[in-house]
Design a binder for this molecule. Structure first.
Ligand SMILES: Nc1ncnc2c1ncn2[C@@H]1O[C@H](COP(=O)(O)OP(=O)(O)O)[C@@H](O)[C@H]1O
Ligand SMILES: *[C@@H]1O[C@H](CO)[C@@H](O)[C@H](O)[C@H]1NC(C)=O
Ligand SMILES: *[C@@H]1O[C@H](CO)[C@@H](O)[C@H](O)[C@H]1NC(C)=O
Ligand SMILES: [Mg+2]
Length: 411
């Protein structure tokens, strides 16, 4: 004790002092973390009651029974009970996330913000209002549907080599319907799928389903889809009141995160740029794979460049798209198409080192590891010297991988 030599406090008073100190630290900590929750008003946590989350599920099944909603998981959710919902982990007012199980798999059942404008499938297929309910068996309708789904996916992702990637237009539909066999679709199936693919996360998850670091999708019902449940890296963070995860577990996650950054440089959709890199958007699956669980803000190169160059600017600070940054061309007052950041740099900065003042995955390392890691991590996380020189990604990747792998065998 600091003041023990000066003057001995009676035991009782010591206890009071300690208790007060703990309370002050706790209050201070709460204030600090509440500021860290970004825009407290705009981005606050919503409760499931406020979002009427359970009511959404009841309505979903009612619509399914009435034949207004479809999808390959509706029967399991509403009739057979093979999809069981357990908890609601709601989050923002734009996102509802439930946890549950589907045929022995732990899943989340989630839906995301509504897109700004939804084209009605009837209008897209130009089915007249005078017609009766379009029939599912109608060959013409189905053919048009397949074409429009293909066309939409291609435009949504600005990925015009889609046909080379998959072979035929019909195959996009098979991918979106995965892992269920594509049988005959009802009108409700078609219109629900159409609405679902207006949110591009589902499309990306399905097109990238062969990737190691993308979570598995188990199907959908209405605008909800079921995805492999993972333990988010947010849960790895420690606080004055929570001990860090075991070093070995953090090492494994960090190593796999490196592997993820590598896999994202070469995917079926080309190089992918993740612009929302934070611990809550990555997780560790049951089989220890680290996956990107929130890929709304992950884009292929062409789409990334199109986004980046949209704003007019006077300074570089105006040329960012969340974590993805370009420079301001001050002669043209337009942001450049060239991206300056890269996935590995942002992973180092916002996950491995720290996030909003919270300690990162590799903080509080054993001292010998800390000494080796520090210089590499701060080089990797630095916002200066962007874009990296050719070869720097590989160099940093190798250095980190070597240190982390050595640590792993010696622990
Ligand atoms: N597959 C998943 N496994 C476990 N938790 C998940 C999963 N998907 C989402 N979550 C939880 O829900 C939160 C919000 O989901 P997310 O997809 O990130 O939506 P948003 O776009 O609103 O950030 C995540 O931060 C995470 O805590
Ligand atoms: C979500 O909440 C924010 C702030 O509370 C509000 O501005 C926004 O309109 C809400 N969005 C929806 C879809 O309700
Ligand atoms: C800005 O744009 C002009 C016209 O496209 C181009 O010639 C110039 O090289 C750009 N400047 C920078 C710094 O990129
Ligand atoms: Mg998220």
């Amino acid at each position: 004790m600091l003041f023990s030599r000066r003057r001995k406090l009676p035991r009782g008073r010591k206890l009071v002092c300690c208790t007060l100190l703990v309370i002050v630290i706790f209050i201070f900590y709460q204030i600090v973390t509440s500021f860290n929750d970004e825009d407290v008003e705009f981005d606050r946590q919503w409760t499931c009651e406020e979002l009427k989350a359970k009511d959404r599920l009841v309505k979903l099944c009612k619509d399914f029974t009435n034949g207004n909603t479809g999808g390959n998981l509706c029967r399991d959710l509403c009739t057979s009970g093979e999809l069981v919902i357990q908890d609601c982990l709601a989050h923002k007012n734009t996102t509802i996330v439930f946890s549950g199980t589907w045929r022995k798999n732990d899943i989340v059942f989630k839906t995301k913000r509504r897109p700004h404008h939804v084209e009605n499938l009837e209008d897209v297929l130009s089915i007249g209002v005078s017609d009766d309910e379009p029939t599912a068996g109608d060959e013409q309708v189905y053919k048009k549907f397949v074409f429009h789904v293909f066309d939409h996916v291609q435009n949504e992702l600005s990925f015009f080599r889609l046909k080379d990637m998959i072979g035929s237009e019909q195959q996009v539909l098979e991918l979106l319907w995965h892992p269920h066999p594509l049988g005959e679709l009802t009108w409700a199936d078609m219109s629900s799928l159409w609405r679902l693919i207006q949110r591009d996360e589902f499309i990306k998850l399905q097109l990238l389903k062969e990737m190691k670091h993308i979570p598995r999708v188990y199907g959908f019902c209405g605008s909800f889809y079921a995805v492999e449940k993972v333990e988010t890296i947010e849960g790895f963070s420690f606080t004055p009141f929570k001990r860090p995860m075991p070093w070995k577990k953090r090492l494994n996650a960090a190593l796999d995160l490196l592997d993820l950054s590598k896999e994202f440089t070469e995917t079926p959709l080309g190089q992918l740029h993740h612009c929302d890199i934070q611990p809550g958007n990555f997780g560790v699956a049951k089989d220890k794979r680290v996956v990107a669980l929130d890929i709304d803000s992950m884009f292929g190169t062409k789409q990334m460049e199109d986004f980046l160059e949209q704003p007019t600017c006077e300074s570089d600070a105006q040329c960012d798209f969340f974590d993805c940054v370009s420079a301001c061309n001050t002669t043209e007052n337009k942001c450049s198409r060239k991206i300056l950041t890269n996935n590995l740099q942002i992973i180092c900065r916002d996950i491995l080192l720290s996030y909003w003042g919270q300690p990162g995955l590799l903080q509080r390392a054993p001292i010998h590891a800390q000494n080796k890691l520090s210089p590499v991590l701060s080089d990797c996380a630095s916002d200066k010297m962007l874009p990296w020189k050719p070869g720097k990604i590989e160099k940093i990747y190798r250095k980190l991988k070597t240190i982390l792998s050595e640590e792993l065998v010696s622990n």
